[in-house]
Design a protein around this ligand. Structure first.
Ligand code: DAH
Length: 342
């Protein structure tokens, strides 16, 4: 039995010496498996006379631990060799020129939102957001546009139920904010708006930025100074604005604000159709009825408000002629948006 064990030990150690990972595993089964050599020897203990059993048992155990150790050592060796090999083959050549890294660009609409809100924050405005799925009350009624009133025809939107709709104007946030804020306050709200409109310059989904200032002694002069500064910062120092009388149910008086064309600087070109001016936003002094409906004392406070078409403002800034380019997701168009902008 003793010789048998020594022979087994030597044979296994020899085989182990030159074993690959696969052979190591096979050898492990051959030695320690269910019907393995060592296992069978242990089973054979039954036939060993009882006076020799202790000694033989010890010898088998010694051989088992010796072999187990040898297996573990070999396994470690194989692992080290494999690691070395992979480190060698995966070596990074730091002198190799890098692949072209593709850098994206901000979408023109995100870009204009960032620029406008940055300027407004500099002027002391807080940036807020409102829901795109809005109630009829906030979108229309609280803006002094009662149910069945003809002024609703100016904005045809998408109704979900009789009382819930996709907001047609960011003006809807005005009442929401007036209900929760105490004057004086200044807010701007950028976001998506929806209307049943579709041509080269109108899309059913578009973006607006709403502004609202409520304080004592607010006048048209404050509105003009604020908008003039905003436009100069956005389109350049030589930009000027023009007020035209208009109508909005939520402002009294109401105005339409035109901007000197950023492309020709007021001289006249094909973008401004030779007029030198571009129509950009609606504004006015907040109708006292709107203040009262949202719980603000119109005897004490007044306000001004303005609403911008952001897609149009971004198109002007980037010389884009068709609004659909903004939504088509054409990589060649987005590629052109890269680089230094005004
Ligand atoms: N909400 C108006 C529109 O979508 C734009 C507007 C006009 C907003 C006058 C205002 C405002 O805040 O005072 O056509």
């Amino acid at each position: 039995m003793k010789e048998q064990l020594i022979k087994l030990e030597q044979e296994v150690l020899q085989e182990l010496e030159k074993a690959s990972r696969k052979e190591l595993n096979e050898l492990r089964v051959k030695v320690f498996g269910k019907n393995g050599l060592i296992t069978n020897l242990s089973k054979g203990m039954r036939d060993v006379p009882s006076e020799n059993r202790k000694e033989i048992g010890q010898l088998i155990n010694q051989t088992r631990s010796l072999l187990e150790e040898a297996f573990a050592k070999k396994e470690q060796e194989i692992e080290n060799a494999e690691l070395e090999k992979s480190l060698e083959s995966e070596k990074i050549d730091i002198t190799e020129p890098s692949k072209d890294i593709k850098i994206g660009a901000l979408h023109p609409t995100s870009d204009i939102i960032d620029k406008l809100t940055d300027i407004c924050v500099d002027m002391g405005f807080s940036v807020v957001e409102g829901p795109e799925i809005e109630t009829d009350y906030y979108n229309f009624e609280a803006m002094n546009i009662p149910k069945n009133h003809p002024s609703r025809d100016m904005q045809d939107t998408f109704f979900i139920t009789d009382e819930i709709l996709l907001r047609s104007q960011t003006s809807a946030v005005q009442a929401r904010e007036m209900e929760v804020r105490k004057p004086p306050f200044k807010i701007v709200c950028p976001g998506k708006t929806y209307r049943n409109d579709s041509d080269a310059t109108h899309s059913p989904v578009f973006h607006q930025l709403e502004g609202l200032v409520v304080d004592e002694n607010i006048s048209m002069a404050d509105l003009k100074a604020m908008l003039s500064t905003l436009m100069k910062r956005l389109y350049g120092e030589d930009t000027y604005i023009r007020f035209r009388p208009s109508f909005f149910p939520f402002t009294e008086p109401s105005i339409e604000v035109d901007l000197s064309c950023p492309t020709c600087h007021g001289k006249g070109c094909n973008i401004c159709k030779g007029t030198g001016m571009l129509e950009l936003l609606g504004a006015g002094v907040v109708n006292p009825k709107v203040l009262e409906m949202s719980g603000i004392d119109s005897k004490k406070y007044r306000g001004f408000a303005f609403g911008f078409g952001l897609d149009r403002a971004g198109m002007l800034l980037n010389g884009i002629s068709n609004i659909r380019s903004l939504f088509k997701n054409d990589i060649r168009f987005l590629q052109q948006m890269k680089g230094e902008k005004k």
